[in-house]
Every structure is written in structure tokens, then in C-alpha cells.
Ligand binder design. Structure first.
Ligand code: ACO
Length: 360
């Protein structure tokens, strides 16, 4: 059975820089609050009407394809991780196939819905397809556009200051060389916490789970439920539209507490699967959720500053895009070198979490 290896990598962020100071012009917040709680100094937002999740992914993919020294037409599978697709359907994978100009149909495109863990889930999925021999050259992308779906009023400030737009991509290919390959992967989920970090619209739920589990903290009126025939309900109801309530929801402290537990657990789990320990780890590339989470994890695992790569200061939290952007930058800066043991680790909405151990 072959191993899989990353043969090309690239990332892309939009040119518009939005500083913490910029946010203070539309909501009650401060540079100090955002830096202290999250470590974020600035983030990037797309230019409206010119860029989308798929166009960001396209730029990152082109770089990864060139870096691998292949042509777009050589790709036989696209795995696209995003929580902010261009369309509700079809998925972003087929849109990316079209933008890449891949005309052949001996290709498949799969969208991954695992939020901040999306890239780790995507890479793990692609790794299995390489190992099974079904595909030979897989494009794995994480791309997000958050700036179009945030509440920029003071009411939404706990969420909106955190997220940014961006994309990262890798090409995964088969190899027999265990010294430059993915060695182990782990994926987990726990749906008990589904609503703690969620964006429910457009959706078919109509408040069902909120009632079933008596979940509080959502101030949407679901009384206008049915469609014109009296069945089901609309994705959006009039109350949501009239009151601008269609925004992400985050219980920050619950997320923080679980993240700082699950990161070390899942990193140790995949290292053990690879027959390695924390002493073998050269570089941890964690999902960039919050600098404080990553610092907490580094402290718990006794990792030094050159063993953890962080760039959330410049991009905010780009969910599924954060790991490939960070890995791409770390490689470009010479911080991930040939032969290094690299661990990618993520935790996010769902909750979902996972990790990948690889030799670079
Ligand atoms: N600016 C100023 N004040 C704010 C802001 C803001 N942007 N956001 C919230 N506040 C206020 C609140 O209104 C509250 O005020 P009050 O005490 O008068 O009611 C106060 O700050 C504290 O609010 P909390 O929500 O309790 O803030 P907390 O200290 O928990 O920090 C944060 C919020 C940074 C989100 C923190 O909970 C956290 O880091 N959680 C981890 C979640 C995370 O990182 N999520 C990222 C996405 S998830 C992922 O990728 C895994």
C-alpha cells in the first residue's frame, strides 16, 4: 500500500487588510480587547463582487499545482473543505473544477463540512483514497469567505472580530517513501455541542433542535413556520430577515475549554499511531482559532516557540483555510524543512477535531 505525500502547496489571501482599529468604526470594540483575548491584529476581507470562496481557492490551487510541477488536468480528485461555500448547492468543489478549466470528467469533487477541522478531515480523506489506489493526484483545499456573513453591529462583536478570509491548498500524491509521507491521521466528532458554534441558515431545522434540546441563546422567532402549502418551513423566516438575525453563534468560553483539552489529546493520539512521541515533533501547525488557545496548548505540551507556527495575528481565524495557509507560510519561511516531523491539528464547530502527522 503506498503512502501519500504533499508534493505542492500554496496559499492566497485577499489584498484588503482590515485592522482592529477599522472594526472600531462600526462596533464598540477596541484594538486592546481583540489583541488581548485573541492575538489578532488584522485580517483580510474579499473585494465584493470580484472574489468568492472559490476564487480564493483557485489562486491557492494554482500555486500548489505549479509548486508540484503538474498541470490542473493531472488532478483526479478535488477535496474542498469550507463552511462558507459560494452556493448552498452545488458544492464549491465543482465550481473550483470549472475555474481550473478541468474539462475531463474522470474526476470527482467532494465538499467537506467539518468547519475548522475541515482541512485535517480533507487531508485524512484524501490520504485514504491515495492508499486505496483509487486516485493518484488529489487537490485538497481549505478556503473561506467569512466577511460576507458576519454581524458588524456591537451585538455580533464576539464573533465578527475573530474571522477572516483566505485559502490554502496542497497536492497529495502517492509515494513509497515513508521518510516523506503522511504517517498517521485521527478524526473525531461530538455532536452534543452542535449549537455552541453554529451558523444555522439557510437550513431546514425551523428551530426543531433548539426546542428538542431546550437550547437557549437564540433569539429567533420560529412561529412563522410553514411554507405556502402549510408544510415544512422556509430556510429563512420573516423575523430573521426583518431583524437581521441570520448570523453565526458562538459560545466562546465553551469552545475555548474544549479546544484546550482536545488539541493535546489528538496530537498525542496521532503521534502514538505513528510510533512517535512529543519529543519527535519539530513543528506543530495548529488551526488558528485563537492565539491564546495555541499558547495554552504549547504550554501544556511543553513546546517551545519555534515548535509552534502561528499567523493568526495577520489573518484572524480563517477556519478550514488556516492550516494550509500556515503550513504554506511556514514552508516558505524555512520553518518547515525536509525531514521534519510536522503535526497538523484542528478543533472546531461540531465539535470536530483531528490531527495529521507527516514527515516533510
Ligand atoms: N470587543 C469588546 N468587548 C467584547 C467583544 C469585542 N469584540 N466581544 C465580547 N465583548 C465583551 C462581552 O460583551 C462581555 O462584556 P460584558 O462582560 O459586559 O457582558 C465581555 O467582553 C466578555 O465576553 P465573553 O464572551 O465572556 O468574552 P471572553 O473573555 O470569553 O472572550 C473569546 C471571548 C475571545 C471569543 C473567548 O471566549 C475565546 O477565545 N473563546 C475561544 C473561542 C474561539 O477562539 N473561537 C474561534 C472560533 S472557534 C474555532 O475556530 C475553534
Amino acid at each position: 500500500m503506498p503512502y501519500s505525500t504533499i508534493t505542492g502547496i500554496g496559499h492566497y489571501v485577499p489584498k484588503n487588510v482590515v485592522t482592529n482599529q477599522d472594526l472600531t468604526t462600526v462596533m464598540e470594540t477596541s484594538d486592546e480587547w481583540i489583541r488581548e483575548r485573541t492575538g489578532i491584529e488584522e485580517r483580510r476581507y474579499i473585494t465584493a463582487g470580484e472574489e468568492t470562496t472559490t476564487t480564493l481557492a483557485l489562486e491557492a490551487s494554482r500555486k500548489a499545482i505549479a509548486d508540484a510541477g503538474i498541470e490542473a488536468n493531472d488532478i483526479d480528485f478535488i477535496v474542498f473543505a469550507t463552511l462558507s461555500p459560494d452556493y448552498y448547492f452545488p458544492g464549491a468543489g465543482v465550481l473550483l473544477q470549472r475555474e481550473l478549466g478541468i474539462a475531463k470528467t474522470e474526476i470527482a469533487a467532494l465538499d467537506i463540512r467539518a468547519q475548522c477541522s475541515g482541512f485535517v478531515y480533507g487531508l485524512t480523506t484524501a490520504d485514504q483514497y491515495i492508499k486505496s489506489g483509487m486516485y493518484k493526484k488529489i487537490l485538497v483545499v481549505g478556503a473561506e469567505v467569512h466577511s460576507v456573513g458576519l454581524d458588524f453591529s456591537t451585538r455580533g462583536r464576539n464573533v465578527s472580530v475573530i474571522f477572516g478570509d483566505g485559502a490554502g491548498a496542497v497536492i497529495l500524491e502517492a509515494t513509497e517513501d515513508k521518510d516523506k509521507a503522511i504517517l498517521a491521521t485521527s478524526m473525531h466528532s461530538d455532536g452534543t455541542y452542535a449549537e455552541k458554534l453554529s451558523y444555522m441558515y439557510p437550513g431546514s431545522h425551523g428551530g426543531y433542535f433548539l426546542e428538542k434540546y431546550a437550547i437557549e441563546g437564540f433569539d429567533v422567532d420560529y412561529s412563522v413556520k410553514t411554507n405556502d402549502l402549510g408544510y415544512g418551513h422556509y430556510f429563512f423566516n420573516q423575523d430573521m430577515i426583518d431583524n437581521h438575525r441570520i448570523f453565526p453563534h458562538m459560545e466562546g468560553q465553551a469552545v475555548f475549554k474544549m479546544a484546550v483539552r482536545k488539541f493535546p489529546e489528538v496530537i498525542m493520539e496521532s503521534l502514538a499511531k505513528a510510533g512517535l512521541g512529543v519529543e519527535d515533533l519539530d513543528m506543530l501547525i495548529p488551526h488558528q482559532a485563537n492565539l491564546r488557545i495555541n499558547q495554552f496548548v504549547a504550554k501544556t505540551m511543553r513546546l517551545g516557540p519555534d515548535q509552534v507556527y502561528n499567523n493568526i495575528m495577520r489573518y484572524g481565524n480563517t477556519t478550514a483555510a488556516s492550516i494550509p495557509i500556515a503550513l504554506s507560510e511556514a514552508r516558505d519561511e524555512g520553518k518547515v524543512k525536509k525531514g521534519d516531523t510536522v503535526v497538523l491539528a484542528a478543533f472546531g464547530a461540531g465539535f470536530t477535531w483531528g490531527s495529521v502527522v507527516l514527515k516533510w
